[in-house]
Each structure stands twice: as C-alpha cells, then as structure tokens.
Design a protein around this ligand. Sequence first.
Ligand code: SF4
Ligand code: SF4
Length: 131
Amino acid sequence: MSEIRPRPVFNCQQCGDCCVGRGGIFVRPQEVEEMAALLKMTTEEFCDRYVEVSSQGPRLATANGFCVFLQDNRCRVHPVKPFICRQWPFLPALLVDAEELEQAKGACPGIDPACPHEDFVDAAMGRAEEG
Ligand code: SF4
Ligand code: SF4
C-alpha cells in the first residue's frame, strides 16, 4: 500500500516574485565574500557592481525592480544566496503572526493557501531540526 504524504506547506513555483527586492535584500560581510567567490570576483569588485549602501545597511542592487541576481526566474547565486533568501518563507514574522502568513500566501504562490498557521510553524520547526 502506498504511503499517503501530507501536502507540503511550501513548494516554490519559481515565479521570482520574492526577488523583487522591495524592502531590499540586506547582506552580511560573509555572504558578500561567498557570493564574490562563487562569481570568481574580489570582494571589492563584487561590492562595486552588486552592493548598494542604504541607511539600514548594505543590500543587493536591483535591476528593473528585481534583485540583480535574478535571471530567467533563477537565482545566479543560489548555492550561497543570502540568509534571508534561504529562510523565505519561514521568516520570524510569519511564524509568530498568522495574519502575516495570510498576507504572504497572497504574495507567494509557493505557500499552500489552505495551510493552517499551526502546520506552517510545524514545517518550519521540522526544517530547523533538519539543519
Ligand atoms: S514568490 Fe514564492 S513561489 Fe515565487 S519564487 Fe518566491 S518563494 Fe518561490
Ligand atoms: S539573491 Fe537570489 S534568491 Fe535572493 S533575492 Fe536575489 S535572486 Fe532572489
């Protein structure tokens, strides 16, 4: 008898909508170093081309309203993309506030619209345990 698996609460549809960079994708020095290494650039070259300074800290540059690394709906720095990108959609704000999750469902077609907040939190905890 085949095992019935629960529907995943999140399954990315690769639409690229979360890479719009509305609030800015903020980056840490180590993330900059890792992305620069992946692209075989020095940190200085990387910062000159891809990082802009904002009042809230350094963030990735945008092109046509999207993150500069979004290409054909794929992330050019996927293996070392910034922590906030790897964390999405399991962000702290969505884990503590069911209303925030409902809003995120409207913005991200990868989140199961029928997923209750409790299941979303459970899935995030499972991911954290997996490391
Ligand atoms: S908005 Fe959601 S479904 Fe679209 S690329 Fe981002 S995570 Fe994936
Ligand atoms: S670094 Fe990659 S995942 Fe993050 S916003 Fe840019 S294109 Fe999207």
